[in-house]
Design a protein. Structure first.
Length: 255
């Protein structure tokens, strides 16, 4: 018997609807259900997305509709995309209180169903919300995933590609840490195509200089969020920032 690939998305806003659209265009799901506290919004989004199925580039057919939490009983994937948008000047951590309240509301519904699939959490602050839901539901860690610093890594690939002229597909680079202001670039693990170590080092250093203006702006904004004065931020910006490359050596494994 053919098993459909069913995905339930909690939150039918910008993020949730884009996840649904990506699933439609890629053909990775056969059955997509949108759940939102605003039921009419979920229904409207489902209708719009249902029109997209006819023009899906993959040519794959799919069902998409608004539904209830009971749909999770036979779902394979649960995507958490609830939450409000960030206000001007807010960090993702500033959304903690509101997001926890929303998460607890969702958890109250999850406890009434028998979901056996995998959860992917996008709601900010992403890492914290994912772990909070996992602990409250007492789900195994191998069933719960957060998008983490994947967005930062994708942005890094874009910036590196623009700075070096190399295709993003030829660049290996990633960010680590928590999704948000505390994430960081692992410079020592950047790889560009099949370049030699010497040439690769020159490219990375050139790239670092090329995006220094971007990093200066980022750090100035971060300083402001840490309640430093505008004058201090301007002094830091005028002085310029100098970044050191830290190479982490892999420990030797005895045979």
């Amino acid at each position: 018997m053919f098993k459909t690939r069913k995905v339930v998305i909690v939150g039918a806003g910008h993020v949730g609807s884009h996840v649904a659209l990506a699933l439609i265009q890629s053909g990775e799901a056969d059955d997509i259900v949108l759940i939102d506290i605003l039921k009419e919004k979920a229904a409207a989004q489902a209708l719009d997305l249902d029109d997209c199925v006819s023009g899906a580039l993959c040519g794959h057919d799919a069902k998409i509709r608004a539904g209830e939490y009971s749909e999770l009983n036979d779902a394979d994937i649960l995507v958490m995309a609830f939450g409000r948008s960030r206000r001007p000047g807010e960090t993702r951590l500033d959304m903690f209180d509101d997001s926890i309240k929303m998460a607890n509301e969702v958890i109250s519904h999850l406890k009434q169903v028998d979901f056996k699939g995998i959860m992917i959490s996008i709601s900010n602050p992403a890492d914290i919300i994912c772990e909070h839901i996992r602990r409250q539901m007492q789900w195994d860690s191998h069933r719960c995933f957060c998008t983490g610093t994947s967005l930062e890594s994708y942005r890094l690939l874009r910036v590196l590609s623009a700075a070096t002229g190399y295709s993003r597909k030829s660049i290996q680079a990633f960010c680590m840490g928590e999704h948000g202001n505390s994430s960081f670039v692992v410079w020592s693990r950047i790889r560009i195509g099949s370049l030699t170590e010497q040439t690769h080092g020159i490219i990375v250093l050139t790239c670092r200089q090329g995006i220094s203006h971007f990093l200066q702006q980022y750090i100035c904004r971060l300083c402001q969020k840490l309640h430093r004065t505008q004058q201090e931020s301007e002094e830091k910006k005028s002085q310029g920032f100098h970044f050191k490359v830290y190479i982490v050596k892999q420990p030797e494994i005895s045979q």
